[in-house]
Design a protein around this ligand. Sequence first.
Ligand code: PHE
Length: 456
Amino acid sequence: MNNSRDTFSSRLGFVFAAAGSAVGLGNLWRFPYLAAKYGGGIFILVYLLLAVTLGFTLMITEIAIGRKTGLSAIEAFKKLDKRFGFVGNLASIVPFIIVPYYCVIGGWVIKYIIAFVTGQTSAAAQDTYFTGFITQPVEPIIWFAVFVLLTSVVVIIGVQKGIEKASSLLMPLLVVLIVVISIFCITRPGAMEGVKYYLLPDFSNFSVTTVLAAMGQLFYSMSLAMGIMITYGSYMKKEDNLRTSVRQIEIFDSAIALLAGLMIVPSVFVFSGGSEEALNKGPSLMFVTLPKIFENMSIGSIHIGTVVGAGFFILVLFAAVTSSISLLETCVSILCDKVHWSRKKSTLIVTAYILIIGAVISLGFGPLDFIQILGLGLLDFFDFISNSVLMPIVAIFTCICIGFFVKPKVIYDEVELNGSFKEKKFYTVMLKYIAPICLILILIFAVSEAMGWITV
Ligand code: PHE
């Protein structure tokens, strides 16, 4: 059966599909607010260091596992070593935790599309607009539901390929637009302060939390430690060069995140003087900051911000949908494999699950804002459990399983089927020692902090 597994028609096809899953709200919405919050340049430095070390190690491992076994995460781990079957199960929980809140943010994006398309640019630029919106009980849930339905309709009628094709045109367009908006931002008076904050590492801003935040973001943004890259790898052709593909996905994903930050973080300095409060906005940062930019955007006396804003949010929606499709797809195939429901039934049940849990998360900003778990609101709590707890655990066991039981040779062989594996030594040390030790420390830290055992 595995022999008949579809493969991507070319290496670039694989890179695009994996990048379509990787590039999404993680890059555009999550990365900038973390960079703003966790010290700017120092966060970027830590993130990039982690990307070329830990990120590379994990991604090449996952894709190689997938291509070697031709299976998705749950079965792949079982096949490699029976005792590690639970890693696949653990990894499978992650997309179920992420997808509901991912869709809540997707709903916010739709709300902003509507705001710009209907010309409410100035209203959207007000400080109170965003809070006024998310604290309402009903409206955010409606947009969230629209986003969920959009995603599941695509999956049910099976036009993912079409969407991916469209996004290979729209993604570059999004990149161009981000570059244009960034240039506009960093040439505003006062922006240089922000560019410095964003790009120059200030070591006095460094803390363990910076590393924790950067690592969680790395997993999230590169769709690691949740089985997705294993599944993607299982579709990759044996002739393709694995190492080059991994490098390309990483570079692409990081470049988009960096650019998105360059568009958002300096603007915080332009419009709010870079105050601590403004930098600490968290999940709302993109939605509060960008409309202010669009409101001020004109060429001569012609205001172009409304059109640019509408176009921008539409493209963001596309990037978000390609990622949410891959999340939903993963959940669906897990149910198909595990409980043997039909695709249709699985899709409907996952959709219903997302609608219920997502609605509760959305209400967490309004009527349910009294619900705080470990001092976190609902959305932040879901985000914390997946990115700071489950993903490190999955990553630790992946390293141990391959490093000490299955042995790294399996990965070398797979990578060397086509092309060289230049970083072999480095990879091995990373996989067997550095990555697991760092991950364990970080995990202990994250849990201790959340439980209030330590304070930073
Ligand atoms: N990596 C995606 C992003 O950056 C999020 C995602 C995670 C998508 C896991 C699919 C699977 O937005």
